[in-house]
Design a protein around this ligand. Structure first.
Ligand code: WTA
Length: 637
């Protein structure tokens, strides 16, 4: 074995945490440059940080040159060439799993990168990736990064309409996809969905299709190529493109409270440093550990903590194609035992869904390899936290409740394995380098503990979003205009007596369904596409598995159709416009909506009704038509 130097940025005790935290606040540039030094730069930066939250403009490691894939792959070849980089567990437990060493992953990324080049993609071009959770997805992402193309991964549960919107916004030149996909008991015609989407997109010149299901698919002459044909014609080596720290690495679309989803932009240098640093410390990864994050690469969690964070640290990372309940609700635990998983990272909604199936499924497996458990995506309720802790972790594993966002690029508030406080339903303390604050309604900072307020960040960190693609003003207005000189998260939080943060949830018109973000306006727009609908208003309400459910109040046109048919049709409209994850859980048909005299829908009232608290509506005297509230309360489900 070749001796490997311990990484200089590893935090190993609470004391260490406190020292590093203090250093990061007193000398942020020194703190981050020490960490950045441990990466491979083709050219070192001139300046660590330039920032201005007014514009907003943030630059890290200014004029540094690098390629993130050299840091994920090339630099490990000598010491970790034969180490497993990626373990792939297929949807069907009977199908053969795959294991790729760092050397094999390196080779595959190089060849895929050459296929991209051969098909006309180069530095700065946007490539949309719409694929199942197979190794080629990770390979495709890294292949883009290798040649400096900007990847935009779209979750393969989105509909063709949602996919088309994202392709058009990014002006993608290429789409990478597969023939079909398996997900639990379901099969999905992925390529057909791409074909439908492309009817509306003129920027796409090439579609690269990876074989997964071996279904017959339509191939458009001159546009569509099979990956396995193309790869026959390319060489094994692809030099890594030299990228500036602030060149775009990727775009990832996420929902906001208004309008269409926006393309959050991350850049190369800062994102690399932050995802590597946070991965190592939050999960306390050790050299021979097997780490498993169950997210999909279509979300930020998959980007930062399936692909980049783990590979930057030379870790063994898993990818799982299936779902927690297929073929039975013991699947997660069976897979943990199969590979001896040491760090397991999932979403509260998955824990609650498995909880509902009882503990027997957990106790069929030993789970004795587990060291650290993690959650992400939404607040975890205490019941689910304890279930996870007792039955999965056997009260031996710290639970890292990781708070962060697509926009933050990496984990911001969380325990660091066992080295910082671990309290049910509390994300805990900020990572060194992260400076959160709570603000009151007036935008003043709340200094005391045991208080609640709007969660903001007072100082930039390396993986902060740089812009929203093609619309910088939207980035400014959404995150940097509510309060002066801070980044506004859109979340509300409480701080306990020890300074630990507990995230309460969104304070804007965003709902979080099973850890997936939707703007209420986005779902309303979808519902309104149905010909029978005059107007609609959507709110979130507490849901025992999903965290929040979608409650839609809808005004119908005169129609001869039955109510049940209309319900079905409207649900279908949402599936078509966004995808199955955006189906309303409850639909209530109403004759009017509570509006102020200026025509604004009073969602507060609709929320209270949806939450089953019609006695807490508050003041309704400013409504245009107070009677409508009575009708809504009566008709509530
Ligand atoms: C919520 C996911 C409570 C929060 C990484 C945030 C959380 C939004 C937590 C971002 C957590 C994420 N506790 N709430 N540990 N993690 N959230 O962009 O409301 O998909 O603003 O990023 O999820 O969701 P996104």
């Amino acid at each position: 074995m070749i001796e490997r130097k311990p990484l200089p940025y590893r935090i190993r005790s609470f004391e260490d945490y406190q020292t590093k935290y203090a250093h990061s606040v007193n000398d942020p540039e020194g703190f981050w440059s020490d960490i950045a030094e441990s990466f491979h730069w083709q050219q070192k930066w001139d300046k660590v940080l330039e920032w201005d939250f007014e514009k907003p403009e943030v630059k890290w490691f200014v004029n540094g040159k690098l390629n993130i894939t050299e840091n994920c792959l090339d630099r490990h070849l000598e010491t970790r060439g034969n180490k497993i980089a990626l373990i792939w567990e297929p949807n069907d437990p009977k199908e053969r799993f795959e294991r790729l060493t760092y050397r094999e992953l390196y080779n595959r990324v190089n060849r895929f990168a050459n296929v991209l080049k051969r098909n006309g993609v180069g530095k700065g071009d946007r490539v949309c990736i719409y694929m199942p959770m197979i190794p080629d997805l990770t390979v495709a992402v890294l292949a883009c990064a290798r040649i400096g193309a900007v990847h935009s991964v779209v979750f393969a549960g989105f509909s063709s309409h949602a996919l088309a919107d994202r392709i058009i916004d990014a002006k993608a030149k290429m789409v990478i996809t597969s023939d079909g996909m398996y997900r639990g008991a379901k099969e999905l015609p992925v390529k057909r969905i791409v074909d439908e989407a492309l009817e509306r997109c003129d920027s796409v010149e090439k579609v690269v299709v990876v074989e997964r299901t071996r279904w017959a698919v339509n191939m458009v002459d001159g546009r569509d190529v099979w990956y396995h044909d193309e790869v026959e014609h390319v060489g094994d080596d692809c030099p890594a493109e030299q990228m500036d720290s602030e060149d775009l690495l990727f775009i990832l679309y996420t929902s906001g409270s208004t309008g269409r989803p926006k393309g959050v932009v991350h850049t190369c240098g800062g994102y690399m440093v932050y995802t590597a640093y946070s991965f190592l410390n939050v999960f306390q990864y050790e050299e021979s550990d097997v780490y498993w994050c169950t997210a999909d690469v279509g979300w930020i969690t998959g980007h930062s903590y399936i692909i980049y964070g783990p590979l930057l640290n030379g870790a063994t990372t898993m990818m799982f194609e299936g779902v927690p309940t297929y073929p039975d609700p013991g699947r997660f635990w069976q897979v943990c035992d199969k590979y001896g998983v040491n760090q397991f990272y999932t979403a509260p909604t998955a824990i609650r869904a498995l909880m509902a199936h009882g503990e027997d499924h957990v106790y069929s497996y030993s789970l004795n390899s587990l060291k650290v458990l993690g959650t992400v995506g939404e607040p975890i309720n205490e019941e689910a936290w304890h279930w996870y802790n007792i039955h999965v972790g056997k009260e031996q594993c710290p639970i890292v409740d990781t708070w962060w966002q697509t926009e933050t690029g990496g984990i911001m508030i969380s325990a660091l394995g066992p080295h910082s406080p671990n309290k049910p339903s509390h994300a805990g303390l900020p990572l060194p380098g992260i400076q959160p604050a709570l603000l009151n309604e007036k935008g003043e900072e709340i200094e005391e503990n045991e208080q609640e307020g709007y969660l903001v960040m007072k100082f930039p960190w390396p993986s902060i979003l740089r812009t929203t693609y093609g619309d910088h003003e939207r980035c400014r207005v959404t995150y940097f205009s509510h309060y002066k000189n801070v980044y506004f998260t859109g979340d509300g939080a409480k701080r306990d007596k020890d300074g630990l943060y507990r995230i309460i949830g969104r304070v804007d018109d965003v709902i979080n369904v099973s850890g997936h973000r939707f703007g209420t306006a986005e779902i309303e727009n979808a519902i309104n596409q149905n010909d029978n609908v005059v107007e609609s208003a959507v709110v979130g309400y507490p849901h025992h598995i999903k965290g929040q459910g979608i409650y839609a109040y809808i005004i119908l046109k005169d129609s001869t159709d039955t109510i049940e048919n209309l319900r079905g049709e409207i649900t279908e409209t949402c599936v078509k416009e966004i995808g199955p994850i955006a189906k309303p859980d409850k639909i209530q048909f109403v004759s009017g909506l509570p509006k102020t005299r200026s025509g604004k829908i009073m969602r507060r009232i609709l929320r209270k009704v949806a939450e089953g608290e019609p006695d807490k509506l508050g003041d309704t005297s400013t409504l245009l038509d107070p009677d409508v509230v009575e009708e809504i309360v009566k008709g509530a489900q």
